[in-house]
Design a protein around this ligand. Structure first.
Ligand SMILES: Cc1ncc(COP(=O)(O)O)c(C=O)c1O
Length: 398
């Protein structure tokens, strides 16, 4: 169905998952709103109920609108197939559920996105599935944590609050040796900046909510599988759980793909410029951005990634009061204070990574602030944050 024209990513982002000449020449795929899908005969009714879910039988099971998006994503990632679901978290939970059964054991990175940890601790435990959290810097030592019933290693790199870089190829090598599946949350880099399948990952989960959509107005996730077997398992798991995405969200997501390369390049540039500027500010103890040469994860990032998104953190020096922090954040003009990232606009949020750790300790005592660099003029972003840091010092010294 998709009209892929090239193996080069940027070209593919523009063309994959569109087929204008099978759609009256209209550039973008049509939006099919459907629950009921009618069949003209018993033969066709039965044929649509194929066990591989490829027929159009009911809105939740898939429509041409979801198929266009999924084919486009699979092509962009170089995977066997993709399944769209209702949120990034739904992609995470359905991908995990496709891999596990009662009595299994999974390994999960300690810096994982918080709600994914909660899913393991509150839901998987109910089905007698055990989770062991591992140090994101573990590398090939992951083999020491593998048990006879380990079926899955879950990775996220860099972590989306603290930005440690995991050695994904080293982890994947140990997993492959024991026929263990590797899932990676690749939302930070997306297909733009990390070729997950080439680095040994079996299943990618991505919050479409972030860079693919890019406009802070859609909740959606996608599960992309390297091989057809995982594509079938993740699709049937998601559909059996009743999970799917709505037609208008699918439309906006496929539209987001077309401009994702230029948006992410600008997010990257603004993020790196901000990070470089922040590291020289006296109020800042540490900037957590793997694209900085001074970052402990820089070598892995340079080896495995082809770029950075606009999301990074910094840690303030100790001793700033809450009132000073509030004065800094409340007075910002351009940075919104709210969850999520990947949109066109800049964001800043305080976070406390220590609350979400069990295998490792978060030792930094200063307040962590996570920034999403949007597409505004970098001079304005620096001026606004600079004025915020000035307020921090001013109010703290009163
Ligand atoms: C790294 C990461 N993965 C997954 C998600 C979940 O995406 P969604 O909000 O679409 O459920 C988020 C959301 O913030 C995230 O930061």
């Amino acid at each position: 169905m998709s009209s892929k024209r090239s193996d080069r990513l940027k070209t593919n982002l523009v063309h994959a998952g569109r087929d204008p000449h099978n759609n009256h020449g209209v550039v973008n795929p049509p939006v099919y709103h459907a629950s009921t899908i009618l069949q003209p005969s018993l033969d066709k009714f039965e044929a649509a109920r194929k066990p591989d879910w490829s027929g159009y039988r009911y809105g939740r099971s898939g429509t041409p609108t979801s198929r266009y998006f999924e084919d486009g994503i699979a092509s962009i990632y170089g995977g066997a197939g993709a399944v769209s679901v209702s949120s990034g978290l739904a992609a995470i939970t359905n991908a995990i559920l496709a891999c596990v059964k009662a009595g299994d054991h999974i390994l999960m990175t300690d810096n994982v996105y918080g709600p994914a940890r909660r899913f393991c601790d509150e839901i998987l435990t109910k089905f007698n599935i055990e989770t062991t959290y591992y140090d994101p810097l573990i590398g090939s030592k992951i083999k020491e944590l593998i048990k006879p019933n380990t079926v899955l290693i879950y990775t996220e790199s860099p972590g989306s609050q603290t930005f440690e870089m995991s050695d994904i190829p080293a982890i994947a090598k140990e997993a492959q040796a024991k026929e263990i599946t590797v899932i990676m949350d690749n939302t930070w880099a997306s297909a733009m900046y990390f070729n997950a399948f080439e680095k040994g990952v079996d299943i990618v989960v991505e919050a479409v909510t972030k860079y693919i959509c890019g406009h802070s107005d859609v909740m959606m996730g996608v599960i992309v599988s390297k091989c057809p077997d995982w594509e079938q398992k993740t699709r049937s798991t998601s559909r059996n759980y009743g999970n799917a995405s709505g037609p208008d969200d699918l439309y906006l997501a496929q539209r987001g793909l077309r401009t994702m390369a230029v948006r992410m390049e600008e997010n990257q540039r603004n993020g790196l410029d901000l990070a470089n500027w922040l590291k020289d500010r006296p109020e800042v103890k540490r900037v957590l951005h793997p694209g900085l040469e001074t970052d402990p994860g820089h070598d892995i990032w340079k080896r495995d990634f082809t770029g950075a998104s606009g999301l990074f953190s910094f840690v303030l020096e100790d001793g700033y009061s809450r009132a000073a922090l509030a004065a800094m954040l409340d007075g910002l003009n351009l940075y919104g204070m709210g969850a999520s990232w990947g949109g066109f606009e800049s964001l800043i949020v305080p976070a406390n990574p220590a609350d979400n750790r069990t295998a490792t300790k978060w030792e930094e005592s200063g307040q962590l602030l996570r920034v999403h660099a949007g597409l505004e003029d970098i001079e304005d972003l620096i001026d606004d944050l600079g004025a915020g840091l000035d307020r921090l010092t001013e109010i703290n010294s009163l």
